[in-house]
Design a protein around this ligand. Structure first.
Ligand code: HEC
Length: 189
């Protein structure tokens, strides 16, 4: 009984309060709507994050599309061979053999150009890495305190020309080395 009376008075108070607010001309509706704003802002931020993440991942994947470097394509390999002779042979050797004593660091701490044939380590790396090092140069992918003398070919060779020169290099590898590099590609995917 007592409890019921307390409840009635409480209910009456709530009604009175609502009426008094209405009389002052302020409605209760805007208060109810307020929480929508953080949801919109939160949703917008989430969308921006997704777009930024997609852009970073997309940017990383963009350079080589799957199958762009094809050592079984005779036209691509022939084009790559010409480009190699003009752009790469002076350092990496006319027959992909690299510079003499290529494993010994030079006095300035940099390394000579390694071979691109089976005896080197080019085939240890996936296609994306080989493409990026050729396009942007080796320094970008080395520790800051390491001097990497591999120049970048951005602005000198088109992406298709870089794919071609890498197709030529890959075409010179033995089947075992080609298969080993394909495993490096699969791991990178
Ligand atoms: C001025 C000399 C020079 C020229 C020209 C040159 N390179 Fe290099 N390249 C180097 C050197 C030096 C390295 C090794 C850098 C290091 O590891 O410190 C290298 C490394 C590389 C690597 C990385 C190999 C690995 O196993 O890490 C690739 C790929 C490569 N060169 C491709 C090319 C291609 C393709 C061309 C021609 C379009 C070319 N290079 C022209 C000097 C040269």
């Amino acid at each position: 009984m007592l409890l019921a009376m307390v409840q009635v008075t409480t209910a009456q108070r709530i009604v009175d309060y609502a009426m008094s607010r209405r009389k002052t001309g302020r409605t209760l509706r805007p208060k109810k709507r307020a929480p929508i704003r953080p949801i919109i802002i939160g949703g917008f931020l989430a969308l921006v994050l997704v777009l930024v993440a997609a852009n970073i991942l997309g940017g990383r994947r963009a350079p080589t599309s799957a199958g762009a470097i094809d050592p079984t394509n005779p036209q691509q390999v022939a084009l790559g061979k010409q480009i190699y002779a003009v752009q790469c042979a002076s350092c990496h050797g006319a027959n992909l053999e690299g510079q003499p004593n290529w494993q010994q660091p030079l006095p300035d701490g940099s390394r000579p150009a390694p071979p691109h044939d089976d005896s080197g380590h080019t085939w240890h790396h996936p296609d994306d890495y080989l493409f990026n090092v050729t396009k942007y140069g080796g320094q970008r992918y080395s520790p800051p305190d390491y001097i990497n003398a591999m120049p970048g070919y951005e602005g000198i060779l088109s992406d298709a020309e870089i794919w071609a020169v890498l197709a030529y290099i890959k075409s010179a590898w033995s089947p075992e080395v080609q298969a080993a590099q394909e495993r490096a590609n699969e791991q990178a995917r």
